[in-house]
Ligand binder design. Structure first.
Ligand SMILES: Nc1nc2c(ncn2[C@@H]2O[C@H](COP(=O)(O)OP(=O)(O)OP(=O)(O)O)[C@@H](O)[C@H]2O)c(=O)[nH]1
Ligand SMILES: [Mg+2]
Length: 244
């Protein structure tokens, strides 16, 4: 069984080829699944050009921009139909350092974690080059989620993660309702409700060097209310593990 990292892309032509090279050069082998939502900048064509030279590289093309959560759900489905032991996710814009992928993997493989999270807030605040307003907003959002849900996780919105296969099988990602930042929160919350061991690995998060941001207010609002709703639902309906 092998390792997969899922990378959703929307207009990442400045980043994607370097990222594929960096992941492929890691000391631990990873397959890469790029999920592109028909990026107008031609990200998918760049990936297609690389595929003949990178047998570990795969591309899933979707019709249009349907949000990060939906992209990941499609990716998890793809992964679970194949023989991957660890399924990771990271952004394409180098905010997540590819070298840290190995540390997340190691936390699962050798540290006994079921879900490893690349955490900006486990040892102080490790965010580089974000405006202070954005750091504060992200930190406060994380604190808010911790208070509402009761999860003991410092970086609740983090999108740099490594899942043991079994966790994804049991989360049943098709049932996740939130699609933006909320998606990352709901995935962690469900893993936590299922009793999985979640470990935060400290990482340094750097603002994107190239390309443009897709952050929007709507995504933020969804997460604010979605978290409260999610907590209330969990009181009445506890998820159970179905697959071993
Ligand atoms: N497939 C797909 N990928 C997306 C979508 N929205 C964002 N992405 C990708 O998801 C990752 C995270 O998105 P970012 O735009 O970096 O979001 P962010 O980190 O909150 O904001 P910035 O770094 O400031 O842009 C990047 O690799 C994006 O290209 C989407 O709707 N579909
Ligand atoms: Mg980013």
């Amino acid at each position: 069984m092998s390792n997969l990292v899922i990378v959703p892309t929307y207009n990442e032509k400045e980043n994607i080829t370097d990222l594929v090279r960096a992941i492929t050069a890691l000391p631990v082998p990873f397959d890469i699944l790029v999920i592109d939502d028909n990026s107008p900048d031609g990200t998918a064509s760049l990936v297609k050009e690389m595929i003949p030279s990178f047998p570990n590289l795969h591309l899933m093309e979707r019709e249009g921009k349907m949000g990060l959560g939906r992209a990941y759900i499609a990716g998890f489905d793809w992964a679970l139909q194949r023989d991957y032991r660890y399924i990771c996710e990271m952004d394409a814009d180098f905010s997540h350092n590819p070298d840290d992928l190995v540390r997340l993997w190691d936390a699962c493989e050798n540290g006994g974690a079921d879900l490893a999270i690349g955490s900006r807030y486990i040892s102080g605040v490790n965010v580089v080059n974000w405006p202070m307003g954005r750091v504060l907003m992200s930190y406060i959002a994380s604190m808010y989620v911790r208070m509402v849900t009761g999860m003991k996780i410092m970086d609740t919105t983090a999108g740099f993660k490594c899942y043991r296969r079994e966790v994804l099988q049991n989360i049943n990602p098709g049932h996740i309702r939130l699609i933006g930042y909320g998606f990352q929160i709901e995935m962690k919350f469900t893993a936590w409700l299922l009793g999985y061991k979640i470990v935060e690995v400290p990482i340094i998060f750097t603002d994107r060097k190239a390309g443009t941001s897709k952050m929007s207010g709507g995504i933020f609002g969804e997460a604010m209310w979605g978290v409260v709703r999610m907590k209330i639902v969990s009181i009445f309906r506890k998820p159970r593990r179905i697959a071993a």
